[in-house]
Design a protein around this ligand. Structure first.
Ligand code: PLP
Length: 424
C-alpha cells in the first residue's frame, strides 16, 4: 500500500502547462506496436481502477473485529456522511448501483403498463430496472455535444403511459436537469437521475444528489469512491426513503439490530422486497473512501484538463463538450473519432491503442441494440441516430484518480501515434 500513497501524492502535483506540438507528421505503420513496433509503455494501463489505502484497510478490519458485519452502526454513519456530502436529506444504501436503481423504480411506483423514458447511451442497468418492475423502457436520443439525453427528444416520447424519466449523467457530465424537471413537472413524472458516473459533479452550482426526485450512485471499483460493490439513492422525499429502506430488507418494517436492542422478536413484511443490503464491512470502506472524494475529483479534473488541452488541436478526434452550466465529475474520458478524417475504423484504432498498452474501452453499445432488447422487446437500429452514430466512433481513454502524470502522458503519446498513423 505504501507505494500507492506516495504515487497519489505525486499525482497531486499537477501538470506543467505547455502547448502541445501539433501532430502533423505521419507515423509509419511499422512503428505501431500492433504491427510489431515498440509499445508506448511496457505494461497495460487500465481504463479505470480503484485506489485503496491503509486507512481503508484498517476501517474494514475494525468492523471484522466487531459484533456487526452487516446492518450495524456503519450503515447509518455511511448514509449520513453521504447525504451531507451531496446536500440531500436522505441517503439509502444498497448492495449495488443496480439494486439502488431497482429500489428507485419501485419507489416511483413503476408497474406493468407504465413507460419510463431513458437514454440509449448508458449501461444496461439503467433501462433494466424499468423491466424489473414489469414496465417498458422508452429510449430518447442524445444531444451531439455531451451525449446526454436530449430534453426535446424526451418531451416527444411522453405518452399517457409515461410515469418516470431516467436521465443519465454520461461520463460524469450532468444531464440537462432544468428542462428535464420542467417536462416532469408538466406531466407529473418522477425523475430518477442515474448519477452512477457523477458523484461530485455540479449542475448550475448545485452538487448532483439533491436535484432530481431520486438520484442513484454506484460504488463499483472504477467509480470515484468504492465499496467493491455498492450503491446509494439520495432523495428529499421521506416517503421514497422509507419505501426504499424496506425494499432493501425483504419489505420488512424493522431491522434485526433494532429488534435486538429493543428485546423484540416480532416483525412484519409489509411490501415485497429483496435482500439488497450493503454490509457494515463495506459501509466502513465507503466512509473512509468518501473522505478522499474531493481529492479524487480534483485529480480527475486535472487529468481531463490535460487531455483536453493536448487533444484540442489533434485532427481526427473530438473530446466531449463541457457546457457552461456544469462541472463534470469525469468518471470517463470518452473521445469520438472523426472517421471521415481517418483511413480506418474504430475497431482498428482500438486494437492499435491496446497494443500500445493503453487500456481503452467503449461506453456504450446503445442499450436498444443488445440482443435481449432487439429479440424480446422489438427494438431496432435507427431508433436513436445521434447515439448510434456516436457509438461507432467512441473510445474511452484511461481515466482514474490514481493515474500518474507519466500514465497521462503515455496516453497522449499513444493517441498521437495511432491517430497520426491513420490520418488521411
Ligand atoms: C450508468 C450506470 N448505471 C448503473 C450502473 C450499475 O451500477 P453497479 O455496477 O453498481 O450495479 C452502472 C455501473 O457501472 C453505470 O455505469
Amino acid at each position: 500500500m505504501r507505494p500507492r500513497m506516495a504515487r497519489s501524492c505525486e499525482c497531486l502535483l499537477g501538470f506543467p502547462r505547455r502547448k502541445e506540438p501539433m501532430t502533423t507528421t505521419p507515423v509509419s505503420p511499422q512503428a505501431l506496436a500492433v504491427n510489431g513496433g515498440s509499445p508506448v509503455r511496457a505494461t497495460l494501463l487500465p481504463y479505470g481502477r480503484q485506489s485503496v489505502d491503509e486507512d481503508d484497510i484498517q476501517a474494514v478490519v475494525s468492523v471484522l473485529r466487531s459484533d456487526w458485519l452487516t446492518t450495524g452502526p456503519k450503515i447509518a454513519e455511511f448514509e449520513e456522511a453521504f447525504a451531507a456530502l451531496v446536500g440531500a436529506s436522505n441517503a439509502v444504501s444498497f448492495s449495488s448501483g443496480t439494486a439502488a436503481l431497482h429500489a428507485a423504480a419501485f419507489a416511483a411506483g413503476l408497474q406493468p403498463g407504465d413507460e419510463a423514458i431513458t437514454t440509449p447511451l448508458t449501461f444496461a442497468a439503467t433501462a433494466n430496472c424499468v423491466l424489473y418492475q414489469g414496465a417498458t423502457p422508452v429510449f430518447a436520443d442524445v444531444t451531439a455535444d455531451t451525449l446526454n439525453i436530449d430534453p426535446e427528444q424526451m418531451a416527444k416520447k411522453v405518452s399517457a403511459k409515461t410515469r418516470a424519466i431516467l436521465p443519465v449523467d454520461y461520463a460524469g457530465h450532468p444531464a440537462q436537469l432544468t428542462p428535464i424537471l420542467e417536462i416532469a413537472g408538466k406531466h407529473g413524472l418522477v425523475v430518477i437521475e442515474d448519477a452512477c458516473h457523477a458523484l461530485g459533479a455540479e449542475y448550475r452550482g448545485r452538487r448532483i444528489g439533491n436535484i432530481a426526485d431520486m438520484t442513484v450512485f454506484s460504488f463499483h471499483p472504477v467509480k470515484h469512491v468504492t465499496t467493491g460493490e455498492g450503491g446509494m439513492v439520495t432523495t428529499s422525499s421521506q416517503r421514497f426513503a422509507e419505501i426504499m429502506r424496506k425494499f432493501r430488507n425483504h419489505g420488512i418494517s424493522s431491522e434485526a439490530r433494532q429488534r435486538q436492542s429493543a428485546g423484540q422478536w416480532h416483525y412484519e413484511m409489509v411490501q415485497l422486497g429483496f435482500n439488497y443490503r450493503l454490509p457494515d464491512i463495506l459501509c466502513a470502506l465507503g466512509i473512509q473512501q468518501l473522505k478522499k472524494l474531493d481529492a479524487n475529483l480534483a485529480r480527475r479534473r486535472q487529468i481531463a484538463l490535460r487531455y483536453t488541452e493536448a487533444f484540442r488541436e489533434v485532427s481526427g478526434l473530438i473530446p466531449l463538450a463541457v457546457r457552461a452550466d456544469e462541472n463534470p465529475a469525469w468518471h470517463l474520458y470518452p473521445v469520438r473519432l472523426e472517421l471521415e478524417k481517418l483511413t480506418t475504423c474504430r475497431a482498428q484504432i482500438f486494437r492499435a491503442l491496446r497494443a500500445e498498452n493503453i487500456g481503452v474501452n467503449v461506453h456504450y453499445i446503445p442499450v436498444h441494440w443488445h440482443p435481449y432488447y432487439r429479440d424480446q422487446l422489438g427494438h431496432k437500429e435507427g431508433e436513436c441516430p445521434v447515439a448510434e452514430d456516436a457509438y461507432e466512433r467512441l473510445i474511452s481513454l484511461p481515466m482514474f484518480h490514481g493515474m500518474s502524470n507519466q500514465d497521462v502522458e503515455d496516453v497522449i503519446e499513444a493517441v498521437n501515434k495511432v491517430i497520426g498513423c491513420f490520418r488521411k
